[in-house]
Design a protein around this ligand. Structure first.
Ligand SMILES: *[C@@H]1O[C@H](CO)[C@@H](O)[C@H](O)[C@H]1NC(C)=O
Length: 512
């Protein structure tokens, strides 16, 4: 309500991208978000060499080679402990950001990167694959924290008019992190039997850079003012970030915003789960987040090389195809931001899941006939590219946007907690199960992904309304019948304001 009034008054002074703001954005995105993406893709290329190391270590310890099933199990654990750690990391967000601050949490979080980087770096010398598995869990905690805290920090230090643009930066760095791991994984660079430990350990470099540089940048002024009551430092930080002296207006705006949030109260996760008027909205974000992950996008990043090998791509070409998908992903993430705002959410979700579903079906057919037709591997590669594009325009970014739009301020933290848990647990499931799926079903493993895409598509078709440019009240009314509740105008819980949705938040785009 407040925001609307202000927009109607004198034109606001527009915030600038000052050097302090730009550098704080780049350093935190490189130090935290980049690492998140890097560790998603880092285990893909060296997989063969790491498995050989697991096997050799076992042979040396027990004097017999490792059984195939056990090796598959250990390998899928090494991959999936990362999203499992991510789940725990995302549960740690709330207590840490309130205790240590936003910048403080990002700095503290580097422990969860440097320690496992050292562990992974020395794993070969210490002859232990257990070290790698534990390290993947810890670096997963780092990712779970980063994925929430960087957007929070950047959202709080940027001026309103830049919030949307700056909100994209972390997501962009995640995809750049994925691409970097794919490039370093090229066989002549680090994806070989001697380079892989260094490759895993390199994740410490962004962490060290962040640890050295970020302390010189301001903590979130909003955190200092509201949570710490430290007006002096909040003012000082804000002056540096904005590049002008007079920040009184923005400080009082922060106070007002805080008061109105307080007046509204906060819904706990339990309260959200039992709230009838939000039931189908909640089911919808759970389905969309599960669909996003169980559609297999991370199977492609974790296990790309083995997928291409199955598809009959020559082993030397695989690495370049992998880098190609990473590049497409970076560009589609940039493009998605513009597309999301131009069209609605529903068409993008439906077409995105549709494209992924079709690509998986076609991939299955191509894999099935690859031995009889020489050009089939090209079809398979095209399918993977089409899949990556389809995922980047809809299933990756939109569930996040819709979660912001379906819940108002008071329920949003709880909704994001639920969405985040579903996200990481589904990601974990795919990482753990896919190698077994691939072994058991061979070329038919992608049929499962296409089925999941189809089910999600049908659900969205039937249940999820268009949320673009809708107020919270309008969205609740669309859900009211399904929820079995009646929405009365002026109901205390449902304010009519359009200012509900903070600008900027709706433009954030996640990479997967
Ligand atoms: C492990 O190594 C041994 C000897 O080098 C080899 O015969 C065996 O096939 C390997 N096991 C697996 C599961 O790769």
């Amino acid at each position: 309500m407040m925001k609307e009034k202000q927009a109607g008054e004198t034109p606001e002074r527009r915030g600038r991208l000052t050097p302090v703001l730009a550098l704080a954005t780049l350093i935190s995105a490189f130090g935290s978000s980049f690492q998140y993406g890097y560790n998603v893709a880092v285990v893909n290329s060296p997989a063969v060499h790491m498995k050989a190391f697991y096997n050799a270590t076992y042979l040396e310890r027990y004097d017999r080679p490792m059984e195939e099933t056990f090796l598959t199990l250990l390998w899928s654990l090494s991959v999936s402990m990362y999203p499992f750690g991510g789940f725990f990391g995302s549960l740690m967000v709330a207590p840490l950001v309130n205790k240590l601050g936003r910048k403080g949490t990002l700095l503290f979080n580097n422990i969860f990167s440097i320690v496992p980087a050292v562990m992974m770096g020395v794993s070969e010398i210490s002859k232990s694959y257990e070290v790698i598995i534990v390290a993947r869990f810890i670096v997963g905690i780092c990712a779970g924290l980063s994925s929430n805290v960087v957007p929070m920090y950047l959202g709080e230090i940027s001026p309103k008019n830049l919030r949307g643009a700056i909100g994209i930066v972390p997501q962009l760095f995640i995809t750049i992190g994925i691409l970097s791991a794919q490039v370093l994984g090229i066989r002549n660079i680090l994806g070989n039997s001697t380079g892989w430990t260094l490759m895993l350990g390199l994740t410490a470099i962004p962490a060290v850079i962040e640890l050295l540089l970020l302390p010189f940048f301001p903590e979130s002024p909003r955190y200092l003012l509201i949570q710490r009551g430290d007006e002096k430092n909040a003012r000082k930080g804000l002056q540096r970030l904005r590049g002008w002296e007079d920040v009184d207006e923005e400080l009082s705006e922060m106070r007002l915003e805080d008061q109105s949030e307080r007046a509204e109260g906060r819904l706990s996760v339990l309260a959200l789960l039992s709230k009838r008027s939000l039931r189908w909205q909640l089911i919808s974000i759970v389905v969309m987040n599960m669909g996003q992950q169980l559609s297999g996008v991370n199977a492609i990043y974790y296990y790309a090389d083995s997928i291409y090998a199955t598809a009959g791509v020559k082993s030397n070409d695989i690495q370049y195809v992998t880098v190609g998908t990473g590049t497409v992903n970076v560009f589609m993430t940039i493009a998605a931001v513009f597309i999301v705002e131009a069209t609605g959410r529903r068409p993008l979700l439906l077409s995105g899941f549709g494209i992924c579903c079709g690509a998986c079906v076609l991939l299955t057919v191509a894999l099935h006939f690859q031995d009889s037709v020489t050009w089939m591997p090209y079809i398979s590669i095209s399918c993977v590219f089409i899949y990556v594009i389809g995922h980047a325009i809809g299933p990756s970014p939109i569930p996040y946007v819709v979660t912001t739009e379906m819940f108002r301020q008071s329920a949003r933290p709880a909704a994001f907690m639920v969405a985040g848990s579903v996200h990481w647990l589904s990601n974990f499931t795919v990482g753990l199960v896919f190698p077994f799926l691939e072994k058991g079903l061979g070329s038919f493993s992608f049929i499962i992904f296409s089925f999941i895409c189809l089910v999600t598509l049908v659900y969205i078709w039937v249940v999820v309304p268009e949320t673009k440019n809708q107020t919270f009240l309008e969205i609740s009314q669309m859900f009211a019948k399904r929820n079995g509740v009646e929405i009365k105008l002026g109901d205390g819980e449902l304010p009519l304001t359009k200012a509900e949705r903070p600008r900027g938040e709706e433009e954030k785009v996640t990479a997967f």
